[in-house]
Design a binder for this molecule. Structure first.
Ligand SMILES: [Zn+2]
Length: 395
């Protein structure tokens, strides 16, 4: 793939003169081959294409890191993506073509009625029932539960926040799926917390499996029934530096080769194997994205998971005080968007302010905004922490 890229992809033409080809070992490749960032891919997208390859598949990223991106994937790399998914379903006793529910962002409507109709018909043939994350609320949940009962899917897959919201709405409205055939819940795209996994499992009465991937990088890893996240090593090369920054290459994508792509995810690999006997490398945990870190004035960074800890503590101290929250960092300010619960007390503001001063950083200004609804990002994902502008803060 490196040889093809250096010969046929304009972006890599110059690299041939800077490195020794072919690479003797992986260490040399990791150290010597330049890294590529999302920004570079956006700016150089035309130069990154192999013009001689005429057949490919286009994948668009949702823009969760701020910039939507289109990546062209060779048929061979796409086949590996599908094969990885087929193998994952097989681990769980499911089949690729089993009926399923997809909780996702609204799929773009086609301009013509006929095209829309054909799209819906295609989903029907694929055995898929679509649920729009933007359309999940107390008024629609009853209808969705009924639709699932009628559809009888074998698994449910979706954004973690979408699946979690579905479970919360079912729980709040005392709903159950009657005669459910669901064997597995698959969550993706957002970090899954232990308590969230437990809650979803309790509501649906089946296990939750995590999948980790990116439209621009392929399927990285899938969770096995023993609970380990196994890397799809046949089709993706993943490494990390000493700061746990992920660097990966989707092998076989010689239509648009993204070699040594640093997508700002932070990952920790496990030193141990898995009791399931599969020898594929195991991810111990996904720490999150660089964008998940709170910037302090002195240049230090704190992981935004600290807010989850704060809100867990708050729930213990003041039971049923807050339904949902989101923290927005805007320069030196942290804005807490809060949906109040029945036991809300104004002293909660003091509790959070003190926690930010002692656990995050003292110089951040803490503001509160009470809302009835926490809005999803435009890509349909729900984030509990977002950074509006970080460039005002010294890095
Ligand atoms: Zn395993």
């Amino acid at each position: 793939m490196i040889n093809t890229s250096c010969s046929n992809v304009p972006y890599y033409y110059g690299i041939k003169d800077k490195v020794r080809l072919p690479f003797q070992d992986l260490d040399y490749f990791n150290q010597q081959f330049p890294k590529i960032s999302k920004e570079k891919i956006v700016n150089e997208s035309k130069n990154l294409e192999n013009p001689f390859m005429k057949s490919f598949v286009v994948h668009a990223t949702s823009g969760s890191t701020g910039t939507p991106l289109q990546v062209k994937v060779s048929n061979r790399a796409e086949s590996y993506r599908i094969a990885n998914r087929m193998r994952f379903y097989n681990w769980w006793g499911l089949d690729f073509y089993d009926k399923h529910v997809l909780i996702w962002r609204s799929l773009e409507k086609e301009a013509s009625f006929l095209k829309n109709f054909l799209k819906q018909f295609q989903y029907f043939l694929n055995g898929r029932l679509n649920i729009d994350v933007f359309d999940l609320n107390a008024d629609t949940i009853y209808g969705y539960v009924k639709a699932i009962e009628k559809f009888r899917p074998k698994y449910l897959r979706g954004y973690k926040s979408g699946v979690l919201e579905f479970a919360r709405l079912m729980y709040d409205n005392k709903l159950k799926i009657k005669d459910s055939k669901i064997q597995l819940i698959i969550v993706t795209s957002e970090v899954l917390l232990i308590e969230e996994r437990r809650f979803i499992q309790d509501v649906f009465g089946v296990k939750v499996a995590n999948e980790y991937g990116a439209a621009d990088g392929g399927q990285f890893a899938f969770e096995c029934p023993e609970g380990s996240l196994h890397v799809n090593e046949e089709s993706v090369l993943m490494t990390t530096d000493n700061m746990n920054n992920l660097c990966f290459t989707e092998l076989y994508n010689d239509k648009m080769p993204l070699i040594n792509y640093e997508n700002q995810d932070k990952v920790i690999f496990s030193e141990k194997g898995c009791s399931c006997g599969r020898t594929l490398k195991v991810i111990d945990h996904i720490v999150g994205r660089t964008a998940d870190y709170i910037d302090c004035n002195d240049g230090t960074k704190k992981h935004s998971l600290i807010f989850i800890g704060m809100f867990n503590e708050l729930q213990i101290k003041f039971n049923k005080s807050i339904k949902q929250f989101k923290v927005i960092q805007n320069g030196n300010s942290l804005i807490f968007e809060i949906i109040k619960d029945i036991n809300y007390e104004p002293s909660i503001e003091g509790f959070l302010r003190k926690n930010v001063n002692t656990k995050v950083c003292g110089e951040l200004k803490v503001l509160f905004k009470y809302v009835n609804k926490i809005d999803r990002e435009s890509n349909g994902k729900l984030r509990y922490f977002v950074k509006k502008t970080s460039n005002r803060i010294r890095k």
